[in-house]
Design a protein around this ligand. Structure first.
Ligand code: PAF
Length: 272
């Protein structure tokens, strides 16, 4: 495995590759969720590139950019174990020059996550587009946990005619159900225990849907009941294009939850 730091190094490597490239963009602090993306990329491509870059433009000034967990050495070991070919770990000054042309994410980036984090998706699309330009992947792997991010990246690739397959990957959960996230380390013991109500609410919705309860308001109400002790920021029921829907459309809907635990926001969802 080779660690690349500069644009030139990555561009030279990319020029030398003539077979399929699987790309997994990350912000590091790799956990089993990332590992499952990397393993899938490893299975489906000749060459695997992982990027590790805590992207400043997707954090609001009030957010946890400085506190965001950084585990470069452990991350490199994980990539090595997963038989990654190249890890790209640039400095901020490598990825951003002083004369940036900003990417403007579409209007749908200002709902749900984008309402709480205005501008967040501009930063995400900005860095993902740069990374796509550098790695020119055949397949790029994203977790379904960040469902709105996945949807906006898929749209960007479609709208810009980029020849890249966006591969959505399943959410990986702890044994007790909590969706894996690099931010779970911020939770104290009580919050960690309470956080299970999030996936419990989603399982409750899934079970009601199994009994043919498809009305969004009813489902939201029952989920709110399960999470009555939590600080729930939103429950949303959307179709796969992120339009809010009054009734579940089977195989075309996503139920999203965000709850706050102190300064930590936890996201989870199920695709139904
Ligand atoms: O999902 C993430 O970790 C980040 O948003 C991404 C896609 C690596 C862009 O910085």
């Amino acid at each position: 495995m080779k660690v690349l730091k500069t644009i030139e190094e990555l561009q030279n490597v990319r020029k030398s590759i003539t077979s399929t490239v699987g790309f997994v963009p990350t912000m590091g602090a790799l956990h089993d969720g990332h590992i499952s993306l990397i393993k899938q990329a490893r299975n489906e491509n000749d060459i695997v590139i992982v990027s590790i870059f805590v992207n400043p433009t997707q954090f609001l000034p009030t957010e946890d950019l400085d506190a965001y967990p950084r585990k470069d050495e452990a991350d490199k070991r994980i990539c090595e174990m997963c038989k990654v070919d190249y890890v790209f770990m640039p400095e901020i000054s490598t990825m951003y020059t002083s004369e940036e042309v900003l990417i403007k994410a579409p209007n749908k980036s200002y709902i749900l996550e984008g309402r709480t984090r205005p501008g967040h998706f501009d930063g995400v699309l900005q860095i993902v587009l740069k990374l796509f330009g550098l790695t020119q992947p055949t397949n790029a792997y994203f977790g379904k946990k960040d469902a709105q991010q996945l949807s906006l990246i898929t749209q960007m690739v479609r709208n810009l005619f980029l020849p890249i397959n966006i591969i959505p990957c399943e959410i990986i959960r702890e044994a007790d159900g909590l969706a894996m996230s690099s931010r779970n380390v911020y939770l104290n013991e009580v919050q960690r225990k309470d956080s299970l109500l999030i996936c419990k609410s989603l399982y409750t919705a899934a079970s009601l849907i199994g009994k043919n309860e498809l009305n969004s308001n009813v489902l939201k109400q029952r989920m709110n009941d399960v999470m009555s002790t939590l600080d729930v920021e939103y429950i949303a029921i959307v179709d796969r294009d992120f339009n809010e829907i009054e009734n579940i459309e089977l195989k075309n809907s996503i139920i999203l939850v965000v709850a706050r635990f102190g300064n930590t926001r936890l996201l989870d969802n199920i695709w139904v």
